[in-house]
Write a protein that binds this ligand. Structure first.
Ligand SMILES: [Zn+2]
Length: 349
């Protein structure tokens, strides 16, 4: 994994926010680091308030913005002292947390701050970068993930056990960071979730992210878990127009709206759908909640859309009562179809 940082491009950025935008876009350009809409970044800065007083502000990625194309107005300015104080509360329901963040912004038209804003606030560094990097998650989600993470990073990073994103996670990080960090700490791994890097400059924080994720990639290479073997008998050219039309009709009927499907015939996709253990490896759930937004929890293997919909409804009915707030079920149609005979199909966004 290489840094995309370019001194010439960076020198055209003036001020904390422009620099924050520049390296945020670099992170967003790499799909192995950040998927559309995922990850978040921040910078701590000082602004003058209406009384001419200096005020510490956290500029954090706002909801609805994608890092690859983020603009300065995509960052929400939130009063830093208030965010840090919130982290000391023993408990705060997530809707109340969002309300506290929104009511302590200094620009009324700014987007709702990232749900991870308090986490950014409590890290004592000017620039903070957060990704759900593929390589990091691959290691963390493996058997003995924590042991492997500690072997890769030693004491370079603080390690946090899995907590669902929201106030409870921010509070757990605030507590653990104080206990585990030292002057050599350059990152924080959230097991089964992602990784944070931080630094005094935009470049330092970004390049620490690249270096940390690069270590996870090197580890996977050393374990023989990097290169994909592509069987030679797979043909990407098999015609399947009728199959696609039938599948699209059935998916649209279950979804309740017209669905467009795209077929993927690149060698990696074909190799994956032809794995003998496809039905097992493809049904383990997503590596990160980021994926769920686009793919649902699991893809359909084969073409039995009705059975997929039945299982999706049963899954919702089983787990919805366990949620803290009531949830509404989405349509029951899959977003990704893995069919060994015709390949990978997905609903374009
Ligand atoms: Zn995250």
């Amino acid at each position: 994994m290489n840094s995309k940082y370019d001194e010439k491009d960076f020198s055209a950025c003036f001020g904390d926010l422009d620099r924050r935008v520049y390296t945020s876009r670099l992170l967003g350009q790499d799909k192995s680091l950040i998927l559309h809409g995922g990850g978040n970044t921040s910078v701590k800065t000082t602004q003058k308030n209406a009384f001419g007083e200096d005020e510490e502000i956290l500029l954090v990625k706002g909801s609805g913005w994608d890092l690859e194309k983020i603009e300065p107005e995509g960052f929400s300015p939130v009063k830093l002292a208030h965010l840090k104080r919130l982290a000391t509360l023993p408990a705060l329901p997530d809707p109340a947390m969002v309300n506290e963040m929104v009511t302590h912004m200094t620009r009324a038209s700014a987007p709702v701050p990232s749900v991870e804003a308090i986490l950014h606030a409590i890290l004592p560094f000017k620039y903070v970068d957060h990704t759900h990097a593929d390589a990091l998650l691959t290691v963390s989600n493996s058997v003995d993930g924590e042991k492997r993470i500690r072997a890769i990073y030693g004491d370079l990073v603080v390690v946090i056990p899995y907590v669902m994103p929201g106030f409870d996670l921010a509070r757990a990080c605030a507590k653990e960071f104080v206990l585990q960090s030292h002057p050599g700490t350059i990152g924080m791994v959230l097991l089964n979730h992602g990784i944070f890097s931080f630094g005094d400059t935009a470049r330092e924080s970004y390049e620490r992210m690249i270096a940390l994720v690069g270590r996870a990639e090197d580890y996977l290479r050393a374990q023989g878990a990097w290169d994909i073997q592509i069987p030679s008998h797979i043909s990407p050219d098999a015609a399947c127009g009728l199959e696609l039309a039938a599948l699209r009709k059935e998916l649209s009927s279950v979804a309740g709206f017209p669905v467009v499907m795209a077929r993927h015939t690149d060698s990696k996709s074909l190799a994956f759908t032809n794995r003998e253990d496809l039905a097992t490896v493809a049904q383990q759930g997503p590596a990160t909640p980021d994926h769920v937004i686009r793919t649902k929890r699991v893809p359909l293997v084969g073409r039995d859309v009705a059975e997929y919909a039945r299982r999706y409804r049963a899954y919702f009915e089983q787990y919805e009562p366990l949620a803290r707030e009531r949830k509404s079920m989405l349509d029951a149609a899959p977003r990704v179809v893995l069919d060994p005979s015709t390949g990978t199909w997905s609903k374009p966004n």
